[in-house]
Design a protein around this ligand. Structure first.
Ligand SMILES: [Mg+2]
Length: 97
């Protein structure tokens, strides 16, 4: 079982992941700069994505601080980037240092 604090952190993680997804999809649909057709307001979708990624990183930092995930997992994250290389058609290949 998990306790309430762990549940809250996981809920926050899911929330921030969803917000990153939402902002990324806005860019897919409307581009880096979007304009609301109802009022002409211009949105910098790159900045909004950046803000949500920062939120997600903060959530991950809290989870690491609380021991939900471990800093050694950062190495795994780097490894997963390398593992994904063959499946990325448009990305530059990241090489291990
Ligand atoms: Mg957020």
């Amino acid at each position: 079982m998990i306790d309430e604090a762990e549940l809250e952190r996981l809920a926050h993680l899911v929330e921030e992941c969803a917000e990153v997804q939402k902002e990324a999809m806005k860019i897919v649909r409307h581009g880096w700069i979007g304009t609301d057709p109802t009022n002409g307001r211009v949105y910098d979708n790159r900045e909004m994505l950046r803000n949500e990624i920062i939120n997600l990183m903060g959530t991950l930092s809290r989870m690491a601080y609380e021991g939900d995930i471990f800093f050694s997992d950062i190495k795994l994250v780097s490894g997963s980037i390398l593992d994904a290389n063959p499946y990325m058609r448009y990305q530059s290949k990241i090489v291990k240092e």
